[in-house]
Design a protein around this ligand. Structure first.
Ligand code: EPS
Length: 385
């Protein structure tokens, strides 16, 4: 069995973006429309800019499928760029503070930020969303759902960590609420304030960040490892979320609040299960966010990520022309006012990819049937604990 991995390639204004997934089990009937639906969700959200009016992201499957079913060979997905104008674009003379432009130029010895931004652009996340949509299809075979929603935009509301906040318990309800939101959020009462905040930032030529939450439900206990630092699911999920451009903070469950409270208020008691329960114990709270010792507990996984505002500001930022060394406003690139809703879709994708990796590590097999057999064997064992 091949270890599950994925890679992406492509430039923001090159011909296309692509991703190759390796280690997918054979026998999965791939729903290509569901991948396109995730790509469309990534393009949405109040505060997106001009590029999203140009692109119509759709996936083409180049390898790994026969008759719509995975073969167990590398799955290649391609998303073509409509705005494939990389050769015609002007140089980026004055790097944008906050973007990779300057640090990238120093790394490679360039004076033109264009050579950096083409790959550093968040456009690359379209490929990750495509890969994540495949990962979600593997997880859903085992009753696992990954769901992200936006909690804050531009500081509204002010941070108040609470793992149970704004959470719609019912599957239909949360999907309907999120689909009706211009921000992929769950609280219609906040939308008006968020819209006003984005409109004001747009008028000011400014940009906004925010916070989104990703939950995973239906996970079996015991995914991840306490045997090594890198094997801890906490490290794997943290790395996954921090791999999204502009993510500045990640929290699990109570998050930073856990550093402020006494142990008696942080740890989740283990109590005898009510009569008729399949287990002998229950967890009345989930402050740990579904992870103990770097392993899933079987409770919902609760993660939050903070995204900084986009670095391309129409009002400008102080910078320096890399050719002349003179002070100059940063080169303005067409941009979004905010892309927190899009980042939540990417967050969902990278969490799904990280979960598939550890899921297949635990229950790995070459075909879905073999994975299912291992999963059911473990489920049987868990009934004895
Ligand atoms: C993005 C495409 C980009 C930007 C944005 C994300 O397109 P363009 O540069 O042609 O306008 O809209 O990129 C950034 C926010 C960034 O910082 O690079 C996309 O497809 O999501």
């Amino acid at each position: 069995m091949t270890h599950f991995t994925f890679r992406t390639a492509g430039e923001s204004h090159g011909p296309s973006l692509c991703t190759i997934l390796e280690g997918l089990p054979a026998g999965l009937t791939l729903d290509v429309e569901a991948i396109d639906a995730e790509l469309a969700r990534r393009q949405e959200g109040y505060g997106r800019g001009g590029r999203m009016k140009i692109e119509r992201d759709r996936v083409e499957v180049l390898s790994g499928l026969k008759g719509g079913v995975t073969l167990g060979s590398p799955l290649t997905l391609l998303v073509r760029n409509r705005d494939a104008v990389i050769e015609q674009l002007p140089p980026v003379e004055a790097p944008r503070p906050g973007h990779a432009d300057l640090a990238g130029c120093m790394k490679y010895g360039h004076r033109d930020g264009r050579a950096v931004l083409e790959r550093a652009s968040a456009r690359e996340t379209a490929a990750r969303v495509a890969a994540g949509a495949v990962a979600r299809q593997v997880l859903s075979q085992f009753g696992i759902e990954v769901f992200a929603h936006v909690l804050e935009v531009g500081g509204i509301p002010s941070p108040a960590p609470d793992p149970t906040r704004l959470w719609a318990q019912n599957f239909e309800q949360r999907h309907q609420l999120r689909a009706a939101s211009a921000f992929h959020g769950l609280d219609p009462a906040l939308e008006g304030d968020w819209i006003a905040r984005v409109d004001q930032a747009k008028k000011d030529g400014d940009s906004l960040g925010g916070i989104f939450e990703v939950r995973a439900l239906g996970l079996p206990p015991g995914l991840g490892s306490y045997q090594s630092g890198p094997g801890r699911l906490t490290s794997i999920l943290g790395a996954a979320l921090f791999s999204i451009p502009a993510i500045k903070g990640v929290e699990f469950g109570l998050g930073f609040e856990a550093g402020r409270l006494p142990g008696s208020k942080v740890h989740d008691p283990i109590v005898p299960a009510p009569a008729g329960s399949p287990r002998r114990f229950a967890r009345p709270s989930n402050g740990c966010g579904g992870l103990e010792g770097g392993l899933t507990t079987g409770e919902p996984l609760v993660l939050r990520a903070a995204m900084k505002p986009i670095p391309s500001l129409r009002q400008g930022m102080p910078s320096v022309d890399l050719e002349t060394g003179e002070a100059k406003q940063a080169t303005y690139q067409r941009s979004d006012v905010t892309s927190v809703p899009a980042a939540s879709v990417v967050g969902e994708a990278v969490v799904a990819l990280a979960l598939v990796e550890v899921f297949l590590e635990k229950y790995g097999g070459d075909s879905l049937e073999q994975v299912r057999a291992a999963f059911e064997f473990h489920a049987e064992q868990l009934r004895e604990i």
